[in-house]
Design a protein around this ligand. Structure first.
Ligand SMILES: O=C(O)[C@H](O)COP(=O)(O)O
Ligand SMILES: [Mn+2]
Ligand SMILES: [Mn+2]
Length: 558
């Protein structure tokens, strides 16, 4: 706890639980609990390991909350996501997250008084304001209503020429919904034009194919965006963005639309980014904006040929990486997630190994450690990234690198070099997002096999396991009405749910090293992801800091 300005990271000994056990912390990505039907891929898949854990209920298996207020999101209708989920798991407390902080800053108008807005507004007189980001109401990376408020606020404060570079979603929202979002935005921009603001959509593309890669998996994705947004070059040229999205959807879904630029009557791009302009990346979530932020901000940059590097005033909606201070200017201060469990544990002698494949690597490192890149103490930690497949949608390879992650974790456990071995197993989530039900079933089976590999290793060394998930996804693949029945679209087709869900997630503890009498408490019925950190600290033999959310376990006297 902080005392006289100094943080002491010393944890108290747990009165009943021993130190020195090897502990596997397994996070299944996108693995919620839902009624067993044909659209519940976890139920349909063979998942003997996860099924066997369930038999430990209620003492060693239970459900915890992973969405809404339990993870610091604005409302109970907000589904969970990896960022807020892993933040809560790692930090042991609930922080108001980016979505909420931006809401508050817009509502109070404070966003316009901050350094970031003042900085970009210096370009309003002579330059163009460019807004780049995900266009949907998914609330995971960005929200349309926040963009709308920012457009209004910026134009009222002097922005005379505005260009919006849209990234279509279909991943946190239904596929096909991009058309409606672009129409809504076009209406707003038309209203601004009536008021004398030269406001237009300048470019676009699907989020997974244009711009929003993460953890440096595939820089080509960012380059395609750069070419369209900055250089004004793209394979597809249209006069109108609604027409562009409708046309391009004939051959691709929203997530994967190819890049396009909007051109004028002379076939000239209407909104390349040039010297003197201002740029705001409107996503509040970090992982899929960091790469673009680097391309926009870094002078030394060799990930792709930027061709032309305009001298711009750039601000992020938030600062995306506190350690890298990236970007250096931002409109809203990010949550200050301090004193995470990872930091405490290295100070208390717990040696940690963390691993996932590229697309989830930052989840068990960067997000887990409070949006902080790098090690707390390289002598005590080792983070291993297994390269993800590039350039495919994961329904094509639904097993992903699950078994490789399992093997790395197993070897780390058996090596005796680590006290905590932490992994993220991505399949349920990454394949769930493709909306391919059959492939998601294969994905869930692979994830279960990886869990088995880890639990077997824990068995062998007399260790402890804790298995949980960050939010739901694969357990429900259709959109439903209020009574839970699947919804059909106007053609009578099932509406496939590519997004996360608001379902709770399982948590299980066990292993030969678990002291007798350890069981889930029954007096924390509303426990959520933020309660996991204190639980893990207990299993390592420590009491969590006072301000952490309470532990989920107790030790019964036998
Ligand atoms: O970025 C993504 O892939 C989705 O928007 C959310 O998925 P995640 O929160 O599981 O990463
Ligand atoms: Mn996730
Ligand atoms: Mn996801």
């Amino acid at each position: 706890m902080a005392s006289s300005g100094q943080v002491s990271f010393k944890l108290e000994d747990h009165p009943k639980l021993p130190k020195g056990k090897r502990i596997a912390v397994v996070v299944l990505d996108g693995w919620g609990e839902y009624k067993p039907d044909q659209y519940n891929c976890i139920h349909v898949a063979q998942t003997p390991t996860m099924d066997s854990l369930k038999q430990g209920a209620p003492d060693r298996w239970r459900l915890i909350r992973a969405h809404g207020n339990a993870v610091g999101l604005p409302t109970e209708d907000d589904m969970g996501n990896s960022e807020v989920g892993h933040n809560a798991l790692g930090a042991g407390r609930i922080f108001a997250q980016g979505a909420k902080l931006v809401d508050l800053a817009l509502a109070s108008g404070k966003i316009y008084d901050g350094e970031g807005f003042k900085y970009i507004s210096e370009s309003f007189e002579k330059g163009t304001l460019h807004l780049i980001g995900l266009l949907s109401d998914g609330g995971v990376h960005s929200r349309l209503d926040q963009l709308q408020l920012l457009l209004k606020g910026a134009s009222e404060r002097g922005a005379k020429r505005i260009r919006v570079h849209v990234l279509t979603d279909g991943r946190d929202v239904l596929d096909g919904s991009s058309v409606g979002f672009v129409e809504t935005l076009e209406n707003d921009l038309a209203k601004l034009r009536e008021k004398g603001v030269d406001a237009r959509i300048a470019s676009g593309g699907g989020r997974m194919y244009v711009t929003m890669d993460r953890y440096e998996n595939d820089w080509d994705v960012v380059k395609r965006g750069w070419d369209a947004q900055v250089l004004g070059e793209a394979p597809h040229k249209f006069k109108n963005a609604v027409e562009a999205v409708k046309k391009l959807r004939e051959n691709a879904n929203d997530q994967y639309l190819p890049p396009f630029v909007i051109v004028d009557d002379n076939n000239k791009a209407v909104g390349p980014i040039v010297d003197g302009d201002a740029v705001v990346t409107i996503n509040f979530r970090a992982d899929r904006m960091v790469m673009l932020a680097k391309a926009l901000e870094y002078q030394d940059f060799n990930k792709f040929d930027r061709v032309r590097v305009p001298k711009i005033r750039y601000a992020g909606m938030l600062q995306y990486d506190g350690e890298l201070k990236l970007p250096s200017r931002y409109l809203v201060s990010p949550p200050e997630i301090d004193r995470t469990s990872g930091e405490y544990l290295v100070h208390n002698g717990v040696r940690t190994f963390a691993c996932s494949e590229t697309v989830k690597f930052g989840h068990v490192t960067f997000f887990w450690n409070g949006n902080r890149s790098g090690y707390f103490n390289p002598q005590m930690e080792e983070y291993v990234e297994i390269p993800s497949d590039v350039g495919i949608t994961f329904n094509v390879q639904p097993k992903m690198k699950a078994l490789e992650i399992g093997e790395k974790a197993r070897d780390a456990i058996l090596s005796g070099k680590f006290d905590q071995v932490r992994v993220n197993i991505p399949n349920g989530d990454m394949v769930g997002h493709t909306g391919d039900i059959e492939a998601t079933v294969v994905a869930c089976k692979a994830a279960d096999e990886a869990v088995k590999m880890i639990l077997d290793a824990i068995e062998q060394v007399g260790g402890i396991y804790i298995v949980t998930a960050d939010h739901g996804n694969a357990e429900d693949m259709v959109k439903r009405n209020k009574s839970g029945e699947p919804l059909l679209d106007k053609n009578g087709d099932l509406q496939i749910l590519t997004s996360h869900t608001c379902q709770p997630v399982p948590i299980a503890i066990g292993g030969p090293g678990l002291a007798p009498g350890v069981r889930f408490r029954s007096d924390v019925p509303n426990g959520g992801l933020a309660n996991v950190a204190a639980t893990v600290m207990n299993l390592h033999g420590f009491v969590a800091p006072n301000d952490y959310e309470t532990t989920l376990i107790e030790v019964a006297d036998n």
